[in-house]
Design a binder for this molecule. Structure first.
Ligand code: AHR
Length: 325
């Protein structure tokens, strides 16, 4: 099924507090180029590279000066980058937090400096939610549910048959790992024959996904029927491990993953992956607009979500030429 991808405003609270009310910030001088400090998680996946490219291109297009820092999947590097943006007195800080917790102190520092903060892609757990102005990103719990529902439908074709599932989780403590696990478990609960027998982090990378899948396969105590990978890169790494173990990915082991990057479509066309749930990384244009509105003191939505689709292998060949990432 192909779904039209549009950003929609979340139903939750309209952030009526303007920038000046929330942060007491001075509105940037008219005509002065807006400066954004952006701290990116890293370059761990195809998804992340597409997200970075979208942000850089959109900043250029919008005439926004972008100070970009790659945190190499380390929270301490993100904290350093945010502090450096504060010292440089940027107009707005945006970041995709590698993990959910541990942000209170640095976000309070940003507030004290009167610099508004926008979250992109991933959420944070903070004591005071007004420490950030808005959050633009996917609904990861729903992505997990979509993956689980796809499996439920497939399992319903062979009622009563037990399926052993192994799970490759994303980065420990990250919003997508926590939420996708939660959504998937919530959906598969409807069929007690579907059981997760092993679950471990593959850190959202191909190399680690392969390594952990090799360990799952070596255990040999229980047959593995299904792999649920929290992203396509780990699924692609796992596919290699499955092939090296003399099994057929997509046939001997059903593979479900998330992101819907080109690499996943290629794997589906080759019959090695069964389904991918979309997670849209092209957040750049919306982020730049939000930044402009926030700095101009306009009201913005508290939560901006992305509507995304599910792509089973049957539609892969037709959809592949349309994929932008
Ligand atoms: O936060 C989004 C996730 O981060 C993507 O699913 C994954 O590929 C990336 O590394």
């Amino acid at each position: 099924m192909m779904m039209k991808k549009t950003m929609k405003f979340g139903r939750r609270t309209l952030l009526l507090a303007t920038l000046s009310a929330a942060f007491g910030a001075a509105v940037a001088a008219p005509g002065a180029p807006l400066v954004m400090g952006f701290s990116q998680v890293g370059a761990e996946s195809e998804w992340r590279s597409a997200n970075t490219a979208s942000i850089k291109a959109a900043a250029k297009e919008a005439g926004i000066t972008l100070k970009f820092a790659d945190a190499q999947q380390k929270q301490e590097n993100q904290v350093k980058a945010i502090r450096s943006f504060i010292a440089q007195k940027v107009d707005v800080i945006a970041f995709s937090p590698v993990v959910e917790s541990g942000w209170d102190t640095v976000l309070k520092e940003a507030r004290a400096a009167k610099i508004p903060v926008i979250l992109t892609d991933r959420a944070v757990n903070v004591s005071d939610p007004s420490l950030y102005v808005t959050f633009i990103g996917s609904d990861f719990v729903e992505e997990g549910r979509k993956a689980g529902r796809w499996l439920l439908e497939r399992a319903a074709k062979n009622p009563g048959v037990a399926l052993n599932i192994v799970e490759l989780q994303g980065t420990v403590g990250s919003a997508p790992a926590i939420d996708r696990k939660k959504g998937f478990e919530e959906a598969i609960k409807a069929n007690p024959k579907l059981q997760i027998i092993r679950s471990q982090s593959g850190e959202f990378t191909r190399a680690k996904g392969k390594e952990v899948m090799e360990a799952f396969l070596k255990a040999k105590d229980k047959k593995i029927d299904v792999l649920f990978a929290h992203n396509d890169d780990m699924a692609i790494g796992a596919i290699q491990a499955i092939e090296e173990a003399g099994l057929k990915p997509g046939k001997d082991i059903t593979i479900i993953s998330i992101d819907a990057v080109k690499g996943a479509f290629q794997a589906m066309v080759a019959g090695k992956l069964n389904v991918t749930v979309e997670c849209n990384p092209l957040l750049g244009p919306q982020l730049m607009q939000l930044a402009r509105d926030v700095v101009a003191g306009k009201p913005v939505e508290r939560r901006v979500t992305v509507i995304e689709g599910v792509f089973p292998a049957e539609v892969a060949a037709k959809e592949l030429p349309n994929r932008k990432y």
